[in-house]
Design a protein around this ligand. Structure first.
Ligand code: ATR
Length: 271
């Protein structure tokens, strides 16, 4: 039977085994999905040895999402541009095909959580310029956002992102983050602010227009203060768990031959 899994270090916190395990049971598929702890030293050796053990592919989590690009034999344009991969598929001839489905998960989550959302409706404001922001920004550009207003505590990281993704990105200083919100059709927090146990999110959201679609990639807690503040302004809010669930869809379909559903049952199963 086909095997898949997730590689990371550590990997015990990953929700992917619950996610794919739920889908395997729900569709009655004879397959498995394991958490595979792999150190950086052992990364290439492990990846090359997995196909012989029946693996058809793996998800990749921290800290390996960038390093796997050097090992893979074939990359999608998305993975190349984002500079990271989260979904590997092993071809029958042993070649490793690397893709990044985070942007896909991000967009699908918005469509499902806010059915009237349209990237083309106006500028998207993005807080943060780390790894997650790269996938978010690329997918917003692909979806037709007319402008990306990007703000990050460390401005050179935002500038590096604009160098990669082009002129549709306008950079605003982090201290001014609150002042660009009136223009936003979409607002995304990609920073780690607001995560359980971490620092609080302090950017004032008073300028947000009612009807702006607001999403957070933080999903612990599921309802962040950022989302609560946006909801108070009359915004449509979408939590970040769905991005994680949707990013798993393309891999599951490639590995197990069934396009899985993301619904409330699944949300309950992974939490
Ligand atoms: P990820 O892969 O989840 O994006 P990351 O690459 O470490 O993680 O990026 C974390 C993001 O949260 C960055 O945009 C970071 O800002 P810096 O580039 O200035 O580091 C942002 N972030 C983390 N802590 C922050 C804080 N206390 N204030 C503002 N931004 C913060």
């Amino acid at each position: 039977f086909p095997r898949a899994g997730v590689i990371g270090n550590p990997v015990s916190h990953s929700l992917s085994p619950k996610l794919h395990g739920h889908w395997l049971r729900r569709y009655g598929i004879d397959g498995s999905y394991d958490a595979l702890p792999v150190t950086e030293d052992a990364l290439e050796r492990t990846l090359r040895s997995l196909p012989a053990q029946g693996y058809v592919g793996v998800n990749v989590t921290l800290p390996h999402k960038v390093a796997v690009l050097q090992i893979a034999d074939q990359l999608t344009d998305r993975a190349t541009l984002i500079g990271a991969a989260n979904t590997l598929t092993f071809k029958e001839d042993g070649r490793i095909f690397a893709d990044n489905t985070d942007g896909y998960g991000f967009i699908e989550n918005l469509h499902q959580g806010a059915p009237s959302w349209d990237a083309k409706a106006g500028p998207a404001v993005v807080f943060g310029a780390g790894g997650a922001a790269r996938a978010v920004i690329m997918s917003l550009i692909e979806a037709g956002a007319p402008e990306i207003i990007l703000t990050n505590r460390t401005r050179p990281k935002a500038e590096a992102l604009r160098a990669d993704f082009g002129a549709r990105i306008r950079i605003v200083d982090w201290v001014q983050a609150g002042s660009v919100l009136a223009d936003a059709a979409t607002l995304v927090n990609t920073t780690s602010l607001g995560m359980t146990g971490g620092q609080e999110f302090r950017v004032p959201l008073d300028a947000l227009r009612a009807g702006t679609v607001v999403t957070d990639i933080v999903y612990t807690p599921l309802r962040t203060k950022f989302l609560d503040a946006a909801a108070e302004k009359g915004c449509v809010t979408v939590d970040g768990l769905g991005m994680l669930l949707h990013q798993g869809v393309p891999g599951f379909e490639r590995w197990f031959g069934k396009r899985p559903e993301v619904d409330d049952d699944l949300r309950r199963a992974v939490l």
